[in-house]
Design a protein around this ligand. Sequence first.
Ligand code: VG1
Ligand code: CO
Length: 544
Amino acid sequence: MDVRRIPTEPFDDQRPGTAGLRRKVRRFRQPHYLENFLQAVFDAAGDFRGQVLVAGGDGRFWNAEALAVLFRVAAGNGVRRMIVGRGGMLSTPAASHLIRTRGAAGGFLLTASHNPGGPDGDFGVKFDTANGGQAPESLTDAVWRRTLELREYRVAEVGRLDLDRPGVQQAGPMEVEIVDPVADYAALMERLFDFDRIRSLLASPGFRLRFDALNAVTGPYAVEILERRLGAPPGSVVNAVPLPDFGGLHPDPNPVDAAHLVDWMNGPDAGDLAAASDGDGDRNMIVGRGMVVSPGDSLAVLAEHAGKVPGYAAGLAGVARSMPTTRAVDRVAADLGIPCYETPTGWRYFCNLLDAGLIDLCGEESFGTSSSHAREKDGLWAVLFWLNLVAATGRPVTRLVEDHWRRFGRHAFCRHDWFIPDGEAAARVMAGLEERLATLAGQEIAGTRVTTADSFTYLDPVDGSASAGQGIRVFLEDGARLVYRLSGTGTEGATLRIYLERYLAPDASHAGDGPALTASLGHAAAELARIGELAGVHEPAGVI
Ligand code: VG1
Ligand code: CO
């Protein structure tokens, strides 16, 4: 079978960000753009000739076209077999699991996650390595360097494929195996959680669950697991059909984009647990009656009660959180006598810790939580964990969180996203803070005082690598903390994320929501960074 070498020119904007390469669909559709990036991954990641790879996407606009390109480049690079979810779809955690169980050399996840879809929206490619985890920084840097020098890519024709027909099909020199995207993943969930107990909870009179798949990839997973296997009444999963435009919804599980769910849980007809996931199924939002569980609290509560869940009954080796995530889980870890690691933003930094068996649970403030069962974050897994905890303790979601606060204190949290159209201005804001770091200690701010301030460098305890410049931390005397970093998933301008955390002691009042409790910190943080002065922006675009 003929492998063709296609001459090309490098693109200068193919540096992977926090989670893969994310660009406007328009950009991805430029001739050679996707082929170049994929070839760079093939060149940098090692030799995949004769190997098996996993592939699937979140079903967004351009999923099928991108998959067709991937097949041609994979065939051109001598891949033996691609394992693909039916319809070309796989959730990110399900793909991670498949890579691991099938001994694949890696996988391509065609997704821009929570970014908007459609012809004017975003597309993306994440690459996972043989452990099912996101490519580490060393590899994404190597891919980027390769994109800058690439002069040709290799393709082979694969003919017509029927992505809806399970089984193996010949695709030119390669095989494509279409698998049920849900089966293996659902079986894994059955091993981790007490399905009998959850089934009784869901059958108990009056208990109401709503899972909103936001018309993204998790619909079929949630219907199979929550409705079919656990017996939640049909209709418990809403917006369950993945659509290329997500049916106009924004598949970002947070209180702003999924406000309808929060409104329901705050209203007179509230259910008992509501949840949502994102475009590719790796994020989760948990809502109890009258309360959105902040991701930092969620991680802490899961860690606190993990012993009650079959998959974690043997205890946790350790836990980890991304740096901007609240330090609630640190208190639980100290109480359990287990280590707690602080990593940079992005799931890839957890993977070494998971592989080395140093941690079993980890999470990020951006509605991402997962465990040693996968090497990606996992939205539906978190929902099942919460259901298992409610079933095992007999305590509603809200009570579990409030009890946690009474025991450990509350880390109130909010994130302000400042959209700064001019990327250079955003860089100036960060540089300005960096320059003044040494002078911040002692400065009065928001009615308290700065104790220390630094720029976060992560030292990976497993491979010894250092990742510098991962965000600026400002610690305050009353236990509060401000964190600044630039987003690495956007596709235009820059987004400066300011993470606000305030600690309320166990015996203090815990009333109020995160945004209200941290509002004054938010003002102080913006002033401290001189955002108005340096970037001409005066309000955050998002408060989450
Ligand atoms: C954001 C989140 C980060 C998350 C990343 C990918 O990155 O803050 O915590 O890991 O998205 O999530 P950034 O650089 O924009 O802050 V997803 O669901 O795309 O895979
Ligand atoms: Co995602």
